[in-house]
Design a protein around this ligand. Sequence first.
Ligand code: ADP
Ligand code: MG
Length: 442
Amino acid sequence: MEGTQLAGADIEDIFSRIIACVKTIDPANARKWFDELKIAEFNGGLLKVGCPDKTIVEFLNDNCKSSFTRAAQQVTGHLVTVEFCLFTTAKKPVQQAADGGLKLHPDYTFENFVVGPSNRLAHASCVSVSKSPGKNYNPLFIYGSSGLGKTHLLHAVCHETQNLNSKMAIQLLSCEEFVNKFISAIEQGSVLDFQKQLRSVDMLVIDDVQFLREREQSQEEFFHTFNALYQHGKQIILSADCAPVEIPSLEERLISRFTWGLVTRIDVPSHDTRVAIVQKKAHLRGIEISEQVADYIAKKAQLNIRQIEGALTTVYALSTTSGSAITIELAKQALEGHSDMERHISFTDITDVVTEFYRVRLADLQSKKRSQSITLPRQVCMYLARNLTRHSLEEIGGHLGGRDHTTVMHACTKIVKMKKKNTKFKTALSGLEKQITQPVKR
Ligand code: ADP
Ligand code: MG
């Protein structure tokens, strides 16, 4: 029955219904630009969704594959596989070669960044660096607490630099990626290749360099990479959660180099800036909200802007499922019980949820047991603690049976990989995250 219905219906119409459906089932990832997506191919069991650029293809592949598949099945009543591709077949081979695997978040652009007194200098220096890399501020060092926009700014510089000069070879790595790549290069005897690759870029961007602490060998390697790039006038951009001098056990010579250029701090945004950010984020998702609602959400997310995203998603989800407009009453209803959004998440919050989910005991997580049924929940705890608390790797390892920070790092990398490969696991994990960050009032 559905078959005939489908054949008769306008294919464009089906596609827009699929998009509308994705927005309801996956409000956290819904974006306004979903409306710009096009059908590249739709036959039998395959729907190919055409996207305007590579970052969007990657974003959708990483975050939205299952929701698009579910929506396509729901709307058509058929088993449909969804793939994402570029709708303009790559015309610019040069750019493809130059960006060699650069993975940017499509949301994290200058356009989507709200400038206010708390981040004005950091923003201005990033803009300046993308206009003339290697010239004005080298290195550029941005620091500030978690969730204040450091990663956003770093991605924005990369987007902008690439837009202005598609030939620039840019490398953007989290510090953990840098360390892991280096370690595996040592293991595989390919250190020279690693060095050659890193030292051949025009711009090196390393996020969260505080993770270099207590990693002597990586610090040494980083020091030489830094020197090689710096001497050739290549741009270096770094971020950390504290100022260079405050990074524990960072070598003196690195501290000094980190301060050769410009060091700028991002502060907690003012209420007005937060309101503007709420509006920007809502706009990005194609959601209309009033000044009053924006004001209310901004008040709810005081310290960390990341909470704004979660709050918006919750409000939007309630609005789509209940089919009502986003009024202040609806926002209050959606966020009720979240008044403690800014509360501190503790180890216990995490282990409570994880042990219940996996039906294991805390004592087992803290024991030396290494069976898979214990190891996985233990690694999940490490990953969640790393992402939801401000505890150091050492503290996290210490709490989970006296394990060292490399074990915690390894666990985080493993969980990230599993998340990418296994959608079921990813869903379970975000369920756990939600339970921890937005506990239902009992
Ligand atoms: P950090 O790397 O400092 O921990 P992120 O860059 O990951 O923080 O930012 C957390 C979230 O807050 C992201 O969704 C980001 O887009 C958003 N954000 C932070 N500052 C701003 C801003 N000034 N304008 C718009 N969004 C912002
Ligand atoms: Mg960050």
